[in-house]
Each structure stands twice: as C-alpha cells, then as structure tokens.
Design a protein around this ligand. Structure first.
Ligand code: GDP
Length: 340
C-alpha cells in the first residue's frame, strides 16, 4: 500500500476494528473473509486490521480438537459449545480442513452441522475455507483466531480432521489440544500416531453410551494406560495427560471434560507455561510469515520465477549443483529487479 492510498482506506478499517472489538459477528465474519483473501490489496488490509486489534490484548482459551471423521466432532462441539454458552461464555468454532481440496468442497463446511450452536447468539461458527495448501490454511486460521480473540470470545475451538499435518498445525496454535476418539472394537489402540498421543492434553473417548459403553470403558482404560507410559512433560501437572469418557449425544461427561481443561489451563497460567507457550507460538508465527513472504516473492516475481525454472532444469540435468542454484536464487531475491 502506498502512502497516497493509505489514508483513504483507514476509516474503513477503523470502523471494522471498532465493530470487531464490540463483538459484532458480521464484522468478524467480514474480517475473516478478508484474512482468507489472497489478493495483495486484501493482505495489506488484513495485516493493518490485525495490527490495530493486537493492542486490545484479549485472550481466549484456544482449544484444538482433532478426530477422524465419524468420531462425533460436530456432535461433541455442538453439545460442549452449548454447555459453555449456557455458562455465559462466548464460544467460537473454527474448522481446519486442508483435505477438502481433494473434494473441492469443505467437508467441515456442511451447513447442517451444529444447528443449535449456530443459532446461539454467544457462538460463532466459521467453516473451513476450501482449497489452498496447508501453509495458507495455517496462516488464515491463526489470523482468524486472533480476530475472534479481539472480538472478545472466551473459548476458541479449532477443529480438525486428523489428516496429514493438520493436527500438528492445530496443536501448534492451541493452548490445549484434545483428541476425540470413538470406542474401539478390539483392545488395540486405534492406530493413533504416537506423535499425536504425545501432543494431546486430553483424550476424550466419545460415544460412551448404550451398547457402546463397555467398549468405551475399555478404550478409555487402554489410552489411560498408554498415556501413563509417555514421558512426563514439564508443562503438565500430576495426572496429565488424561483420558476421559464422554457422550456427546447424551451430553454426559462434558462438565467433567471442561473442568479438566480449565484446571490444566489454570495450572499452566500459574506456572508460566502458558505465557511461554504463547510467546513461542507468536515467535513461530512471525518466522512462518517471513518464510511464507520469501516464498511468495519467489513465485510472484516473474523474473525470479523464470530464473528458478531455468535453474531447476539445470539442476535436474546435473549441470549445476542444488546448493549453488539455491544460493543464486537467494542472491537474486535480495535484488529482485536486477537481472541475475
Ligand atoms: P464427525 O464426523 O467427527 O463430525 O462426527 P459426527 O458428529 O458427524 O458424528 C458421527 C456419527 O456419530 C453420527 O451418526 C452421530 O450421531 C454419532 N455420534 C456422535 N456422538 C455420539 C455419541 O456421543 N454417542 C453415540 N452413540 N453416537 C454419537
């Protein structure tokens, strides 16, 4: 944005920022659309908006929630979200679903999901934007989290289907990370990746009701046992991470799950782990932005991109070494308008 165009846009952004700070959901939705846009002009606005709102220093409890399709994520989030709004808390739900690129539509964007919660005045639900790669989804989600925090939400649930790296990405932008599982048929752990087990603060075994109750009890005991074998993390009080049973349909165990989440969050706040994690995340975000900006310059500047293609071909032929080619490109980035 040039100095001449900036003042003309400022009132717009100021109004939008004020409306977001007042917790207006339509303004919030508009702002999220702005951060989702890849147009350079919108990027500049989104950055300016986020900078204006950062001064509010509002903080929500960011809860990452992962689970494979069918475990009951939307049923759980709706019931859990309703139990929080009933306590007067403002709840935002953001979905991360990079896999939806394959189907071209957003699985998590299904309008019929969470009908009750979506009508709740103290709730805000934002489906996953379809398309785009993980890096883009990650940036947009982080920015959307910052926006809902500025809008005064108390709890942000960041939901993801455990596909590819999306779980790790969500865990990295959350204060607490929850894994939702369904009761297993046998007694084997459901192929949950060890890394994800190690990231989870709470494992919730859903569908602990009716005929599934015995299986849920077994599954929960199996996970509790597996969690005890994990290396103790400094950011955990005694007894964490935990496995609990819930039934989203019967709305059982939700209060207990919330009590565990707040106990853990309070402990981390008191011991300084919370602030440290947030600081690390903020630094990681900044570094990711720099990396992404550099990559964007590589692909946006047509001369650099052409040079990259040409060097890529030479590297493929073995005419130039990969490291020499990379070093040439990085040098060109420093002076993008000089012909390398
Ligand atoms: P998602 O794909 O993870 O979002 O799962 P859904 O919330 O769409 O639920 C998948 C299926 O599991 C649906 O048929 C739900 O009715 C069912 N389900 C969800 N929660 C429970 C529960 O607590 N108990 C039982 N018995 N079924 C549930």
């Amino acid at each position: 944005m040039t100095a001449e165009t900036a003042p003309a846009r400022t009132p717009d952004l100021d109004t939008l920022a004020t409306r977001i700070a007042d917790g207006e959901r339509r303004a919030l939705a508009r702002a999220i659309t702005l951060v989702e846009s890849t147009r350079a002009e919108d990027r500049a606005k989104a950055t300016a908006l986020l900078q204006r709102l950062a001064g509010l220093k509002r903080e929500a409890l960011r809860i990452g929630l992962s689970g494979t399709p069918g475990v009951g994520k939307s049923t759980f989030i709706e019931a859990f979200g309703m139990s929080l709004t009933a306590q007067g808390l403002k709840v935002a739900v953001l979905a991360v679903d990079p896999s939806s690129t394959r189907t071209g539509g957003s699985i998590l964007g299904d309008k019929t999901r969470m009908e009750r919660l979506s009508r709740e005045p103290n709730a805000f639900i934002r489906p996953s934007p379809s398309l785009s790669e993980l890096g883009g989804v990650s940036r947009r989600t982080r920015e959307a989290v910052a926006l809902v925090e500025a809008a005064g939400f108390d709890v942000v649930l960041i939901e993801t289907v455990g596909v590819g790296q999306s779980e790790t990405m969500v865990a990295e932008m959350s204060d607490l990370f929850i894994l939702l599982l369904a009761p297993a048929g046998g007694d084997e752990l459901q192929g949950v990746k060890r890394g994800i087990m190690e990231t989870a603060d709470l494992i919730l075994v859903n569908k602990a009701d009716g005929d599934l109750k015995p299986a849920a009890t077994r599954t929960c005991a199996d996970y509790a046992g597996a969690l005890r074998l994990l290396r103790k993390r400094p950011e955990d009080p005694e007894g964490f991470p935990k496995a609990l049973m819930v039934s989203a349909i019967e709305e059982n165990g939700l209060a207990e799950a919330w009590a565990e989440m707040t106990a853990l969050a309070d402990w981390r706040r008191e011991t300084g782990h919370w602030a440290r994690r947030r600081a690390d995340q903020a630094r990681g975000w900044f570094e990711a932005e720099v990396r992404q900006g550099l990559l964007a310059r590589l692909t946006e500047d047509h001369r650099t991109r052409a040079r990259m293609d040409a060097l890529g071909a030479q590297v493929a032929e073995g005419a130039v070494s990969a490291s020499q080619a990379a070093s040439d490109i990085l040098a060109a980035l420093e002076k993008p308008h000089e012909k390398p």
